[in-house]
Write a protein that binds this ligand. Structure first.
Ligand code: PLP
Length: 391
């Protein structure tokens, strides 16, 4: 009936950067050549620069979960006592991974939507001197909550434990001062704020983490991080890399550098703020008590299954948004902000949401949510102009 362009609006995979997508067509290169070594060295250096760390940075061919597993495997031994902060589906994944590698995991949990408090971590560390590691999500994508990894890092720093942070949707959506905050292992993935398809994961690794891994007794082969580090120093990967994704990554990193890494964070934060204001204006409730800027989780109106909203975004507008996961399915829908999202996207998303809500018995005045986004945009634009005049 009408043209409907397909739009991917989920918190991973996220919309692709066109120049990165085009770069993938140049992947008829061999990975044991000077051309590749130059590409790989540049990617590692630019990634390190964007992460703002002098710690080692390694890239793996895997989805994000591969890097989570590599951390549990390379820095610990079976039987090691660890604390796992769990406030959602990804926290639960950390618990499963830790237990799969034989780690003795104590779970510090918070109800879905909430965050584990840094004091809880501090007390647990004080109560057990044998804790070797603390695992947490910077941003819990399943609920939209974020953890105070700065305060948690501060607590972990004072002990011999290492802090392993799944920042897969934290990077590019919140400030992360890797060294200052004591974030020993920071994990990211390609299909989130980095604007490229799934398939690459990466880690930054502190000296403290390497030290902790020194006597690790877990078996390993593919995810042998020391081997990967040795190869990376020569501009190569241990195994055949994903050349297409590395070409895309190279372009995306260049784009993020030209934008400024802090602007990528500010962009997500502003879109998240505008989204919160718009859905509140539409009479909807936020799901999380500690909302972050990677994704906003919104409760469906009483009596409406959130799946209806997700389905209608698809059927009416060919737009793909996320439902809740696990027991949150049917209760919430999630609007993403990380990576290549802009105000143009958000104006449309909120306008479409108004139509869908009205069509399903939750009456809203057309334009009221959109106006909230317009106000957020206008306020930010004015603030920017004022800063320019002052400067
Ligand atoms: C996406 C995501 C992951 C990784 O999932 P993969 O499907 O393995 O890439 C892990 N943690 C969080 C918080 C995520 O958002």
């Amino acid at each position: 009936m009408y043209i409907k362009k397909q739009r991917l609006l989920t918190p991973g995979p996220t919309p692709l950067l066109p120049s990165a997508l085009h770069a993938m067509m140049g992947s008829d290169i061999h990975h044991r050549t000077e051309d590749f070594r130059n590409l790989y060295k540049r990617v590692l250096a630019n990634l390190k620069d964007i992460l703002g760390t002098s710690n080692d940075v390694l890239v793996l061919v895997a989805s994000g979960t591969g890097a989570l597993e590599a951390a549990a495997q390379n820095f610990f031994s079976p039987g090691d006592e660890v604390l796992v902060c769990s406030a959602g589906k990804f926290g639960e994944r950390w618990v499963e991974i830790a237990r799969a590698w034989g780690l003795n995991a104590t779970v510090l949990s918070a109800p879905y939507g909430d965050a584990v408090q840094p004091e809880t971590v501090e007390q647990a560390l004080a109560g057990n001197r044998n804790i070797k590691g603390v695992f947490a999500q910077a941003s819990e994508t399943s609920t939209g909550a974020q953890h105070d990894v700065k305060a948690m890092g501060h607590a972990v720093k004072k002990t011999d434990a290492i802090f392993v942070v799944d920042a897969i949707t934290g990077i590019g959506t919140m400030p992360l001062e890797i060294e200052a905050w004591g974030l020993d292992v920071v994990i990211g993935g390609s299909q989130k704020a980095f604007m490229i398809p799934p398939g690459l994961a990466f880690l930054s690794i502190s000296q403290k983490a390497w030290g902790s891994g020194e006597d690790s007794k877990s078996p390993r082969f593919y995810f042998d991080l020391k081997r990967e580090r040795k190869n990376a120093a020569t501009g190569e990967s241990a195994w055949t890399p994903n050349t297409a994704l590395l070409l895309a990554f190279d372009e995306a990193l260049k784009y993020i550098q030209s934008l400024g890494p802090h602007k990528l964070v500010a962009n997500a934060q502003l879109l998240a703020k505008a989204t919160r204001e718009a859905v509140t204006e539409l009479g909807l409730e936020l799901f999380s008590s500690a909302p972050g800027s990677s994704v906003t989780s919104v409760r469906a109106p009483r009596g409406m299954d959130s799946g209806v909203i997700v389905k209608e975004f698809r059927s009416r507008f060919n737009a793909i948004i996320s439902n809740g996961q696990g027991s949150m399915k049917g209760q919430i829908f999630r609007l993403a902000h990380l990576g290549y999202f802009d105000f143009h996207d958000l104006f449309a998303i909120v306008a479409e949401l108004e139509i869908i809500l009205n069509a399903n018995g939750h009456a809203v005045r057309f334009g009221s949510g959109v106006a909230a986004v317009q106000n957020a945009y206008a306020d930010a634009a004015l603030a920017k102009e004022a800063a320019l005049t002052a400067g």
